[in-house]
Design a protein around this ligand. Structure first.
Ligand SMILES: C[S@@+](CC[C@H](N)C(=O)[O-])C[C@H]1O[C@@H](n2cnc3c(N)ncnc32)[C@H](O)[C@@H]1O
Length: 411
């Protein structure tokens, strides 16, 4: 997302938006009442973003691009997808060259009867408008490296419909390869699991370091609005957070849902790579003394601000990603940490410069492309704040995206 800070002179929601937000508010309030006066912030965030038909991502609201609330890398143009396609192609090639899968009971293979296991699949989680899926598959087709299947795991049914419509409009011939999943595929997945700005959209717990220990920030209701409530952190949360040694007064988040998600997807990966692109830091920068009010960010019609309790259902709520925690979650599940780099250096490692050099010499096309590349790579745009992390199993070759920079040691 474009992270340019903005003074939140908020545009007024339309009457329809007000009505939708009111229905979601009623639903959350009812849950707060049932829970005895407060719910954990992670639950509030989950409902605000994903309550069926009412949450920010579940209602039909336009979120992505100039007409929405924020812009993500695939919405800028096709360069991001073209770069990722080259990384995916390398991994798919690795899997294609895998050992023959059919052997006799004795372990040997009769000549001429080898069955090479089918090339891997791509599973994209949180595919948003579908822009990355469409552009990535078109590029892999151009490179002659289409995966056997392109699976999409998307929590929002409104977005699933939008993704299907985008394929129908732009790449109908590829639809037969695309499959929408309701849950993780069964164990034995071989291929690439991709997520762009997925982990930042998962619910986080919020906490404050109090004088007498760590308190969990919850959400209650008072005077016609959502308000913060505090409760002592439970033992598990306390143990995790106490280890960070944060000073009194420090407020931040912990992405337990994203950690759990990475562990679950690691469990189904037989061979291949998990590749996540998102904004965030290694743990020591995430919990930096200067970042003492946390990383929560909300977006409403390109206004960025830090109050997640307003505009329920109308604004996006995100938190930065603690990449050390994501690496640890994957490694606990037996994965290897394969790379960690800034988005800029990763895209260059994938051949961004060569992709840019192949563009027609039309001045307008060149200008649009130059703007797209600037947004993706400049340090004050997405180039440095956004990182790419790769975890994998059974992949020996160094990944091409990390050939110019690999900061694994910082995690
Ligand atoms: C910030 S948007 C990013 C969309 C897209 N990847 C892009 O870059 O434009 C987050 C996406 O993740 C989806 N999402 C969040 N949690 C998810 C989960 N647990 N499983 C699948 N999709 C999820 C949301 O519905 C949404 O499509």
């Amino acid at each position: 997302m474009s992270r340019i800070p903005n003074t939140p002179s908020m545009p007024e929601p339309t009457p329809e938006e007000h009505a939708l937000s009111q229905r979601l508010t009623d639903l959350i309030r009812a849950e707060i009442t049932r829970a005895g006066g407060a719910i954990p912030f992670a639950r509030f965030m989950e409902l605000a973003l994903y309550a069926p038909e009412l949450g920010y991502y579940s209602a039909g609201k336009h979120k992505f691009g100039a007409a929405g609330d924020f812009v993500t890398a695939p919405e800028l143009g096709s360069v991001f997808a073209q770069c990722l396609a080259r990384q995916c192609a390398q991994v798919l090639d690795e899997l294609r060259d895998d050992v023959p899968g059919s052997t006799s009971a004795a372990g040997d293979t009769a000549p001429g009867t080898e069955k090479v296991r089918p090339a891997g699949a791509i599973l994209e989680a949180g595919a948003g408008s579908g822009a990355l899926a469409v552009q990535l598959l078109l590029e892999l087709e151009r490179l002659g490296r289409l995966p056997a299947r392109y699976q999409i795991l998307e929590i929002s049914s409104a977005l699933r419909a939008r993704q299907r419509a985008l394929f129908t409009e732009n790449a109908p011939h590829l639809l037969e390869r695309v499959q929408w999943l309701d849950s993780f595929p069964a164990a034995g997945f071989r291929g690439i699991v991709l997520g762009n700005e997925l982990l930042d959209a998962m619910p986080v717990e919020r906490f404050r370091v109090g004088a007498h220990g760590i308190v969990q920030l919850q959400v209650g209701w008072e005077d016609d609005c959502f308000v913060w409530r505090e409760t002592p952190a439970n033992d598990a949360l306390h143990k995790r957070l106490a280890a960070l040694n944060l000073p009194e007064g420090y407020v931040s988040e912990i992405g337990l849902a994203a950690e759990g998600w990475v562990r679950s997807v690691a469990d189904i990966l037989e061979q291949g790579v998990l590749l996540f692109v998102d904004y965030g830091f290694p743990r020591n920068e995430f919990y930096h003394p200067q970042r003492s009010t946390g990383t929560l960010m909300c977006h409403y019609r390109h206004r960025a601000h830090a109050d997640p309790l307003i505009l329920p259902g109308l604004q996006d709520i995100t938190a930065h990603v603690d990449f050390s925690a994501m690496a640890a979650a994957g490694m606990e599940a037996g994965l290897d940490l394969l790379g960690y780099a800034s988005q800029a250096l990763f895209l260059l490692g994938c051949g961004l410069d060569k992709i840019a050099a192949c563009v027609p010499v039309d001045a307008r096309v060149q200008l649009t492309l130059a703007n797209e590349i600037k947004k993706l790579t400049l340090p004050h745009e997405m180039g440095e704040l956004f990182k790419v992390i790769a975890l994998g199993r059974g992949v020996d070759a160094p990944l091409t995206g990390f050939r110019l920079q690999d900061r694994r040691a910082r995690l």
